[in-house]
Ligand binder design. Structure first.
Ligand SMILES: NC(=O)c1ccc[n+]([C@@H]2O[C@H](COP(=O)([O-])OP(=O)(O)OC[C@H]3O[C@@H](n4cnc5c(N)ncnc54)[C@H](OP(=O)(O)O)[C@@H]3O)[C@@H](O)[C@H]2O)c1
Length: 261
């Protein structure tokens, strides 16, 4: 695994996607109901993808479904799924319904995240840790695994895991959340080696701070107006999801990193 190879990081930051970048592609987005997931799903749909929207809240999925259809984007699909409760059979059934509806899958953008209030390790319980590890690390693995046969059949398939700065630079009080996010880097490296001879590439995007509901939870005193809009990440999301990043494999791209080497 390499972090921040300067060329791919610069490409991700500055990327200008052509309008039909994701035409005829089917892309699954977790956490699509709000924040980064909603923005990425919208960007993918605006660039021609048929987006499969997943999250816990059906109401939020319906809201983005309506927004995408009113834009004239390809008709999306909604498949609610609670990543904290899903087991292998659930993920397998989820992948089967996706296959039955579309017959293909060209990408997954794993944006869903479970967050617990910042606290010292000394007070973080086993149940809190298991929830953090399950949603933020084990579920992206299990969902990717369940969808792998479809991804392998694509000409060019991209899986994007969404990391977090404290997964690379651990800090006090970020506890199980940071540990789960750091595990995504290892997961990226191992999947990449194992998928080297396939059309499936997997990378990890570390977004840096942007204005979303989760940021309000982790930094309650911060003014949302002081942060970049979540839309500032659209170029990186499109670059990693589309064919122009076909040679980018096993990378951890820290978008907000000052040093791009
Ligand atoms: N915002 C930032 O500044 C920032 C910085 C660095 C990294 N990130 C990363 O970017 C990603 C997106 O963050 P965000 O700020 O957009 O978060 P967010 O606004 O809190 O959205 C999180 C999403 O995850 C979904 N989710 C949570 N628990 C779930 C579960 N058990 N099953 C299924 N879905 C679940 C939520 O769905 P429901 O609403 O339907 O429950 C929601 O759509 C995360 O991986 C986060 O760690 C964000």
């Amino acid at each position: 695994m390499t972090r921040n190879t300067s060329q791919s990081l610069q490409m991700a930051r500055d990327y200008v996607a052509r309008p039909d970048l994701l035409k005829n592609r089917v892309v699954l987005v977790t956490g699509a109901g709000q924040g980064l997931g909603r923005m990425a799903a919208t960007a993918f749909a605006k660039h021609g993808a048929t987006v499969v929207l997943t999250g816990r809240s059906l109401a939020k999925l319906e809201a983005i479904y309506d927004a995408l259809t009113s834009l004239g984007a390809p008709e999306p699909a909604m498949l609610p799924l609670d990543l904290a409760k899903a087991d292998d059979a659930t993920f397998h059934g989820f992948a089967q319904s996706l296959h039955a509806t579309f017959g293909r899958l060209d990408g997954i953008f794993h944006s869903a995240a479970h967050f617990e209030p910042l606290a010292p390790l000394a007070v973080q319980t086993l149940d809190q840790w298991l929830a953090l590890l399950r949603v933020n690390l084990a579920a992206p693995h299990a969902l990717t695994r369940a969808c792998l046969p479809m991804l392998k059949r694509a000409d060019d398939a991209s899986v994007v895991l969404v990391g977090e700065t404290h997964g690379a630079e651990p800090k006090a009080y970020w506890g199980g959340f940071a540990v789960a996010k750091s595990g995504l880097h290892t997961l990226t490296a191992i999947w990449s080696q194992e998928l080297a001879q396939t059309p499936v590439r997997i990378n990890c995007l570390i977004p840096g701070p942007v204005a979303t509901p989760q940021r309000g939870q982790s930094h309650p005193g911060e003014s949302v107006n002081s942060l970049p809009a979540v839309e500032s990440l659209a170029p990186a999301c499109l670059y990693l999801m589309g064919p122009d990043s076909h040679a980018v494999r096993g990378k951890v791209l820290d978008i907000a990193a000052k040093d791009a080497s």
